[in-house]
Design a protein around this ligand. Structure first.
Ligand code: SAH
Ligand code: SF4
Length: 385
């Protein structure tokens, strides 16, 4: 609880940012315009371009769409590690690409593997020296990448290590894609291809809406990596304008909403943005999303012993979600330096699930992974800072 005195200040920053989001400054991309201009050593980051943008850029240089598609396929379908590996590019185009663009892997500063071998965490360095963490998780028959969307986070959730470090900056789409490419390249050497990406690393994806959507468009592009949209999961702390925008834009990804409390009082104590968007407003947006998308929503609930693992909270959650197409993911609290709470034990988690069943709500207790290397949910931070 060492950081407790800082919390009101952090909550105030979070509220200020909420206002910016609502006024459209961030969700509509005010910040991201600047972010996409972050270039690698003064060059355009090719991984930051959608296929349409690549066609546009090469078009400006006088090359037809054919050349742009060749480049795109070389980078993504063939997984070229350098421009020189891509066959069929005209020498003059290659020279111009070398001159004005970069397609560089994010350098790995630290790699740690959990003792059970199922989780690996990478500290990656960004061009301006900021650091982020990305996690590879192996489950039976599938590999999942957990990617960051921001360096740090402005939301200030009390139990989250990323929230405890504060906000550093938004990532560009290229920096998000770069994390997936890193994991993909590792998996190429293994039998298990990377199939799932969860946007549950450092940061709040809907606070960096434009770059997150752009990264998703790049990852799912049919001419390139062609990852399945249904295998992409966006997890949000509950940014209401962002949830509504996902629905309005018909984005085909999975949505997870972090609840942690089923009454405003309980939720606000854990998640500062809950002050800006009380539960009735958040749930309205969730119902709107469900109706428009026809998809169920995953609700995340960090189980904290004696705090939100009680039968009373389980019943309140049951009442809140009853009748919705919903699935609850229960995550026993992972330890972080700035929060003194304890995880709920397996028995409490089971009892919690039992109550949810009474309301017809399916739930899963998330397998705890990578706790020994601080790679679990909410444990990510730039460790070398
Ligand atoms: N910002 C997004 C995504 C990143 S956090 C969000 O908040 O949803 C991913 C998940 O980890 C969220 O559900 C978050 O509430 C949860 N989480 C954060 N800190 C945690 C901790 N210490 N233990 C368990 N889960 C945690
Ligand atoms: Fe940010 Fe999510 Fe952590 Fe909250 S739980 S501080 S929104 S990363």
């Amino acid at each position: 609880m060492a950081i407790a005195p800082l919390l009101p200040q952090r909550a105030a920053i979070a509220i200020a940012i909420m206002i910016e989001i609502e006024s459209g400054l961030i969700v509509r991309g005010g910040y991201n315009v600047a972010m996409t201009e972050i270039m690698v050593a003064g060059k355009i980051d090719l991984y930051d371009l959608t296929r349409e943008e690549m066609v546009g850029l090469l078009g400006e240089w006088g090359y037809s769409a054919y050349h742009a598609i060749r480049l795109w396929q070389g980078l993504y379908r063939e997984g070229a590690r350098s421009l020189d590996e891509i066959e069929g590019l005209r020498p003059d185009l290659l020279a111009q690409l070398h001159n004005q663009t970069a397609a560089v892997a994010l350098p790995v500063r630290l790699a740690t593997k959990s003792s059970d071998g199922f989780t690996e965490k990478f500290l990656l360095e960004l061009p301006d020296g900021e650091e982020i963490e990305t996690v590879l998780m192996l489950f039976k028959g599938r590999a999942t990448a957990c990617v960051s969307t921001q360096a740090g986070c402005a939301m200030g959730c009390v139990f989250c290590a990323t929230g405890q470090m504060g906000f550093r900056r938004h990532l560009t789409a290229g920096e998000i894609v770069g994390q997936v490419l890193h994991i993909m390249r590792l998996q190429e050497e293994e039998d298990m291809a990377l199939r799932n990406v969860v946007f549950m690393g450092m940061g709040e994806p809907l606070h960096n809406y434009e770059a997150t959507m752009k990264a998703l468009a790049i990852l799912t592009d049919a001419h390139g990596l062609a990852m399945a949209p249904k295998h992409m999961t966006i997890s949000t702390v509950g940014i209401v304008p962002g949830i509504r925008r996902l629905a309005d834009e018909g984005r085909p990804y999975k949505l997870a909403v972090s609840l942690h409390g089923a009454t405003d009082e309980e939720r606000q104590a854990l998640v500062p943005p809950a002050k800006r968007w009380p539960l009735n407003i958040l749930m309205d947006a969730c119902r709107y999303y469900s109706a428009k998308s026809g998809r169920r929503i995953f609700f995340e609930w960090t189980l904290i012993a004696g705090e939100n693992d009680t039968a009373e909270q389980a019943h309140a959650l049951g009442r809140l979600l009853q009748g919705m197409e919903a699935h609850v993911n229960l995550i026993p609290l992972n330890p972080t330096q700035g929060y003194g709470g304890q995880p709920a034990d397996a028995e409490r988690a089971k009892a919690f699930q039992g109550v949810l069943r009474e309301y017809g709500l399916p739930s899963t207790v998330r397998q705890r992974r990578g706790i020994d290397i601080a790679a679990g949910c909410g444990q990510l931070r730039a460790t070398t800072l």
